[in-house]
Design a protein around this ligand. Structure first.
Ligand code: HEC
Ligand code: HEC
Length: 221
């Protein structure tokens, strides 16, 4: 190889190497753009991921230090009403106040709509010994203690409607906590809200009756 030829080969090699490294840079930039850095994610996706860290990857609920309620299949009007109640502190819960008060109304609607369309199987895990009693309370109520049939409002299959929540597949320990502590958490402040509709029913149930009906609805699909 003579001198000129060698330097041409080296120049061509350098050019190739330069092209390759430019290509690699372009590829790695576009990979970042495609996969997205967390901050580049749309606001909706980032929020949804945040909700799912507590409420479960398919909104099925989660048993942590606190029971995180199922949101999957929940009525959008109910989700929106409860987020508003947390924000206005009519429903007191420090975790959900912090989560909810930064959400815009359009974000709340988008999240409610997303969770409504998820349909994972029930979380499960409730004791099965009182299922028959629970079903009777759910379908017929307890006339002797002024407890109406739950099905009259929550629907025969427990799917709820509008601001009346879905109970089907809801987590057993979460429902016990809500029914047993109804007026400690809900209906705070001076304004009367939808929580007042449930208050007498929650108060008139004994602990074993709460456990029975919570176990029953937690098994509904
Ligand atoms: C750090 C954990 C955590 C995060 C994150 C979180 N939640 Fe919650 N959420 C909870 C807990 C705990 C409760 C139960 C509160 C209670 O006992 O009243 C709850 C309750 C709710 C309820 C009421 C459900 C019912 O059946 O009444 C809704 C609606 C809700 N969360 C929506 C959301 C949405 C939407 C997001 C995301 C923007 C979200 N949550 C993020 C922990 C969390
Ligand atoms: C007259 C209608 C009505 C009847 C009957 C009724 N509920 Fe409700 N229930 C509601 C409404 C409305 C809410 C939403 C309350 C709120 O806005 O805080 C609710 C909420 C609940 C919740 C909270 C769910 C959640 O996700 O946090 C549980 C649990 C519940 N009801 C269980 C029952 C059980 C068990 C019965 C039967 C013993 C029953 N309800 C009967 C109207 C009713």
């Amino acid at each position: 190889m003579n001198g000129t030829k060698r330097s041409r080969t080296i120049a061509a090699g350098l050019l190739l190497a330069l092209q390759a490294s430019i290509l690699m840079m372009v590829f790695s930039i576009s990979a970042v753009a495609q996969e997205g850095l967390p901050s580049a994610k749309s606001g909706f996706e980032a929020k949804l991921e945040y909700c799912k860290t507590c409420h479960g990857l398919s909104g099925q609920g989660y048993l942590g230090y606190f029971p995180m309620p199922r949101l999957a299949g929940q009525q959008p009007e109910y989700i929106e009403a409860q987020l508003k109640a947390f924000i206005e502190r009519r429903r007191t819960n420090p975790i959900m106040f912090n989560v909810a008060h930064v959400l815009s109304p359009s974000m709340i609607s988008a999240l409610a709509n997303h969770f409504h369309h998820l349909n994972p199987p029930p979380f499960g895990g409730a004791p099965r010994s009182a299922l028959a009693t629970g079903k009777r309370i759910y379908d017929e109520g307890l006339p002797e203690s002024n407890v109406p049939a739950c099905s009259a409002c929550h629907g025969a299959g427990g799917h709820g409607q509008n601001e009346i929540p879905r109970l089907a597949g809801q987590l057993y320990p979460y429902m016990i906590g809500q029914l047993a502590g109804w007026s400690k958490e809900r209906g705070q402040g001076t304004a009367v809200d939808t929580s007042a509709i449930m208050a007498p029913t929650a108060h008139n149930l004994t602990r074993p009756q709460i456990e029975a009906v919570a176990a029953y609805v937690s098994t509904l699909q």
